[in-house]
Ligand binder design. Structure first.
Ligand code: SF4
Length: 178
């Protein structure tokens, strides 16, 4: 905690950013949340390195490549409550649509067969894909799940306020399927 506020990080792995857009949809509820929480890392702030001693991290997206894997392991080591945010983080959802195709074939299809110039699979500066895109809970312990594609802003806000109050998130009735 800092000045009595919980330290919150948000992370975007293999997702479409829709879960973060839903987070921004909190609108005036953000005012209540910033009284109780400080955002210390994520796409919404300028911190470069994941900090130590984070109270809550919301993780959007599946774990799909080596960089995702290293980051989510670092997050786990430095986070008290790790939350899988949205269906891609909870089940691997959309990113898992490529799981039935071997990685080599996938890259050949994208970078050679469907390319019109520079027919080459990039190697430098591009993290190696994992064999499959997997849910966050497949590689590290997850403390809470907020399902939805994307989850509603109300569910995200409720979960954050519950955690800030030292309680597990209670989302019954706030999660809609279909
Ligand atoms: S759960 Fe839906 S909105 Fe969130 S990252 Fe995945 S596809 Fe996008």
């Amino acid at each position: 905690m800092t000045n009595g506020k919980v330290k919150v990080a948000t992370v975007w792995l293999d997702g479409c950013s829709g879960c973060h857009m839903s987070f921004l949809d909190l609108d005036e509820m953000l005012l209540t949340i910033v009284e109780k929480a400080t955002i210390v890392y994520g796409p919404l702030v300028d911190t470069q390195e994941f900090p130590e001693g984070v109270d809550v991290t919301l993780v959007e997206g599946a774990v799909a490549n080596q960089d995702d894997l290293k980051l989510v392991q670092k997050i786990r080591q430095n986070t008290r409550v790790l939350v899988a945010l949205g269906d891609c983080a909870v089940t691997s959802n959309v990113p898992s649509m490529r799981n039935w195709v071997p990685v080599k074939k996938l890259l050949e299809r994208g970078y050679i067969e469907n390319a019109t110039e520079t027919l080459q699979i990039p190697k430098d500066g591009v993290p190696a894909l994992l064999r499959q895109a997997v849910p966050v809970g497949a590689v590290v312990q997850v403390d809470a799940h907020i399902p939805g594609c994307p989850p509603s802003a109300a569910a995200i806000g409720k979960a954050l306020l519950d955690i800030a109050a030292g309680q597990p998130p209670k989302l019954a009735g706030m999660v809609k399927f279909g």
